[in-house]
Write a new protein. Structure first.
Length: 366
């Protein structure tokens, strides 16, 4: 097993398109790290540079303390699982899993042993004589993972391996990969655009946007302590609500917006004094806007009246959308009451769970 270190890694295409910008990251031995962000943010490019499939424009990548910038992929002792499985259609499952070992001239007995152990871990023992076309998507992905396991690499790399699966199968495979990590206790780097996938899998998450690392933290810290508006919006489903407004007042400040007027406590006002009489963004997650009649928390705002625009019951909870059609906000509430479109509802904010962001830099200021 091995650590992976990136030091100011940059990738530029055609001398003008910067896909990754000055990325520095330290991945510890046996750590499960997830790279997450929207399409085009640079996460797959970063992973491919670790694998050696993309050249580095500048910076250094080290695996197990050895700089690998100029070392070809086959000599980096890594194994990669791709989005499209990349199985050989004319080979059986056994031969697909054994192929890399055969190229490295492993003894037949050792190959049989490794393939058998990997197949057992992944519950594909009964499919070893089948060809990929006779397998489901989930089974093919297991074979692709098995092909990586038999190599016993220092680092496993996963490039959106579940994106071609249906929703139910994605959940099952997510659990399988978590079990695999717990069993193998190896270094894993996993790329996904799905923040739910990231939150449920990684011991550490790296959030990227437009080639830059935005924040590196544990899943819960990312959710509870986002460093900027982008991270706050990207982590969490439904997304955090953002209200554009202004801070007014002197010693005690009031946040005023088209939707809400919120009196701030002396403690919050003191920390935000420099932003008095300035535009500012208030952020609050859907579960922290609740019907005033059902508010269980003590530190709450004054009731504000909203008009229900859309109701989405999803079983154990309901999503209520309100606001203008081009700027909608969401409440996440228990399903113990029926809400109707057009209904007026008094709601309150959980004042212990509000965030403020600078409207210019979008950095979190409270």
């Amino acid at each position: 097993m091995a650590s992976v270190e990136l030091n100011n890694v940059t990738k530029v295409y055609d001398k003008k398109v910067r896909a990754v910008c000055n990325a520095s990251l330290n991945i510890e031995d046996k750590e499960f790290v997830v790279l997450v962000g929207p399409s085009g943010c640079g996460k797959s490019t970063l992973l491919r540079m670790v694998a050696g499939l993309e050249e580095i424009t500048q910076g250094e990548i080290s695996i197990d303390g050895r700089i690998v910038n100029d070392i070809p992929p086959k000599d980096r002792d890594i194994a990669m699982v791709f989005q499209n499985y990349a199985l050989y259609p004319h080979m059986t499952v056994y031969d697909n899993m054994a192929f890399g070992l055969k190229l490295r001239k492993f003894p037949k007995a050792e190959i049989k042993k490794r393939v058998g152990e990997a197949a057992k871990i992944l519950h594909i023992q009964d499919y070893l004589e089948r060809k990929p076309k006779a397998l489901s998507g989930g089974q093919r992905q297991r074979v692709a993972v098995g092909r990586a396991i038999v190599r016993d690499p220092k680092v496993f790399l996963f490039d959106e391996p579940l994106s071609n699966l249906d929703a139910k199968l994605r959940v099952q495979m997510r659990i399988e990969i978590n079990r695999l990590y717990n069993k193998l206790q190896t270094t894993m780097i996993y790329v996904t655009h799905d923040q739910v996938e990231a939150m449920t899998m990684g011991s550490k998450i790296v959030v990227l946007n437009e080639g830059y690392i935005q924040q590196v933290d544990t899943p819960l810290n990312l959710y509870n302590n986002p460093q900027n508006k982008f991270v706050a919006a990207f982590i969490g489903s439904p997304s955090m609500n953002f209200f554009n407004g202004r801070l007014n007042g002197s010693d005690t400040l009031i946040f005023q917006s088209e939707e809400f007027n919120v009196d701030l406590s002396p403690q919050i006002s003191k920390k935000l004094q420099e932003f008095s009489d300035r535009d500012i963004i208030l952020g609050v997650r859907p579960e922290d806007i609740v019907d005033a009649k059902n508010a269980q928390f003590k530190n709450k705002s004054k009731p504000q009246k909203i008009t229900v625009d859309v109701v989405e019951p999803i079983g154990n909870e309901i999503f209520i959308y309100f606001g203008k059609r081009d700027l909608s906000y969401c409440m996440r509430i228990p399903s113990d009451r029926i809400y109707k479109v057009g209904e007026k509802v008094d709601v309150v904010l959980n004042m212990d769970k509000i965030y403020f962001f600078d409207s210019k830099t979008e950095e979190r200021i409270y």
